[in-house]
Design a protein around this ligand. Structure first.
Ligand code: MSP
Length: 516
């Protein structure tokens, strides 16, 4: 039995530099990827860039660059962001790479052979910003339902027989209720499909920046058909055949014990939950995955838009955090923590520096940081820097919190998983304050003091392990201070209790305060 798990972010358009929306999706994927690795699963976390299509071509032309050179430059910025955010992605795919182009050409041929492609005339609305076609009845005040500008197109086009998949898709949604999460998105998609599916235009002739349709070079493949297949081109699908199965594709798509998971924003659910499974079914490829759609961030209550000029740049936010005298790594952890904690995963959220400061100070600084600092300093000063005796009397009462934590992550309720850590830390803090080991020391009750410090150190150890997916740098630093399991930290260590006599390192502040 494998324990393989494939997780993907959307691949990002390179028409512009990365912003908070990209950082958010990527951090969420990274958090989930880390969680699975801590469970000893074999994880493949994929991210990358979506480089073809009219939108990207237009941006390149506006900057008087050739599209490939333009894509190389912007794609690099997304790679840099992945490094900056401490993402643990296993691969970074670009749709301009040969392995991807080969996959798309191979798929086109399969679709054609299977009878799902025909040529006709496309006449209708197209929004370049969304790279999407719209029916006349979807147009609101002359714009796409998303607010994007639309223009009328009439051009020769290849079509995909999407209409043939209506019943199969509905059967899939019924059989796999988790296929689309959260449930509000599931309902949205089911209603959309029930309202009837029209065949989909899958090639364009009015521009050239894309993958050429095999044997008809006048056409380029529709950018969403192109883009969606990145998920399996990264698994070496181009080299997969029944005689010579590609290992990655077999391990992470066909035979993974955990369903592959596509994390996407709510704006692109339809592409992932309708078109993508239909394309796969039409190509005789399994549909083992699930889709989770997260919400959108606003900036201080306002919709983020380039024209308003309120786009949030993650690099700037990390620089701003560093201005509080945080190390680079701690600043990244704080940023990641806020994004994962502030908003229930799946809901929209509002980004505000004031809220970030309040959230970080109250939870990481005052709650966990303070507890760690006070307990470890007492041990360092009063117990010769060694974990004191007390194991047989100490009880952390962690069980219900751990149960909530794992349940929450299984449901992708990332914020709730963090909440269960904070609730546990609250509980430990309260007990620590009630027992007041500094008073026990004054009263000469050394055995009691030792039990309290032992138990609290054990709780801090558990808190640090549970924090690993969210604030990897800081959580590791706590475990470093406790001087335990310096290699391959994972959830197996949850049951490996702290041992009396173990040396700890001289405590340093793990979570510096954000003084505004
Ligand atoms: N290229 C397509 C995805 C193809 S996947 C096969 C695309 N790219 S994108 O760059 O426009 O968007 C990438 C992701 O960023 C989407 O999931 C989108 O929801 C997310 N966000 C864009 N703005 C956002 C916010 N303001 N807040 C949160 N996420 C947002 O779509």
């Amino acid at each position: 039995m494998t324990n393989n798990f494939f997780i993907t972010s959307p691949i990002y358009y390179v028409n512009d530099v990365p912003h908070i929306g990209h950082a958010y999706t990527s951090i969420a994927c990274d958090t989930i990827a880390r969680f699975h690795r801590l469970k000893n699963h074999q994880v493949f976390f994929l991210t990358g860039t979506d480089e073809h299509g009219q939108k990207v071509e237009k941006s390149a032309t506006n900057q008087q660059k050739n599209p490939q050179q333009f894509c190389d430059e912007v794609s690099q910025k997304f790679r840099d962001l992945a490094n900056l955010l401490n993402l643990s992605n296993d691969d970074f795919i670009r749709t301009t790479e040969a392995r991807h182009q080969k996959t798309v050409a191979k798929i086109w041929e399969i679709l054609e052979k299977n009878g799902y492609i025909y040529k006709d005339i496309y006449e209708g609305w197209y929004a370049v910003r969304d790279e999407a076609f719209y029916n006349a009845d979807e147009i609101v005040d002359g714009k796409a339902p998303t607010g994007a500008e639309v223009s009328w197109h009439r051009e020769e086009s290849y079509f995909f027989r999407l209409s043939a998949f209506q019943d199969k898709l509905l059967a899939l949604y019924e059989a796999v209720p988790d296929f689309i999460r959260p449930v509000s998105r599931y309902n949205e998609v089911v209603n959309f499909v029930k309202s009837g599916l029209k065949d989909l235009s899958i090639s364009r002739t009015s521009f050239t920046w894309g993958i050429k349709v095999p044997n008809d070079e006048k056409h380029v493949v529709y950018v969403w058909l192109d883009a969606l297949f990145n998920y399996i081109s990264a698994l070496d699908f181009a080299n997969n055949s029944s005689e010579n199965p590609a290992q990655l594709f077999q391990n992470f798509w066909n035979n993974a014990s955990n369903s592959p998971l596509h994390i996407v924003g709510k704006d692109i659910v339809r592409f992932h939950a309708v078109y993508w499974p239909a394309f796969l079914m039409a190509s005789n490829i399994n549909v083992p995955f699930g889709v989770f759609a997260h919400g959108w961030w606003t900036n201080e209550g306002q919709k983020i838009s380039k024209s308003v000029g309120n786009v949030i740049d993650p690099i700037k936010e990390i620089e701003w955090l560093k201005s509080f005298n945080l190390s680079h790594e701690t600043a990244i952890d704080y940023f990641r923590y806020f994004l994962m904690r502030e908003v229930p995963f799946g809901n929209d959220g509002d980004y505000s520096r004031t809220h970030l400061i309040a959230r970080l100070n109250s939870e990481l600084v005052n709650n966990i940081g303070n507890l760690t600092q006070r307990c470890l300093t007492m041990i360092y000063k009063n117990c010769e820097g060694k974990i004191p005796d007390g194991e047989e009397h100490s009880q952390t009462h962690i069980e219900p919190f751990i149960e909530n934590y794992f349940l929450a992550i299984d449901n992708l309720a990332i914020d709730k998983a963090i909440q269960s850590i904070i609730e546990f830390s609250d509980f430990v803090n309260k007990k620590f304050n009630d027992l007041a080991p500094w008073n026990l020391k004054k009263q000469g009750k050394i055995a009691e003091m030792n039990i309290c410090l032992h138990e609290t150190a054990e709780s801090i150890r558990l808190i640090a392990i549970l924090l690993l997916p969210f604030v990897p740098h800081c959580a590791n630093k706590i475990l470093d201070l406790l001087n335990i399991y310096n290699n391959h930290r994972n959830f197996n260590f949850i049951t490996k209790k702290i041992i009396a006599g173990q040396n700890i390192l001289e405590p340093v502040a793990i979570f510096p305060r954000l003084n505004s």
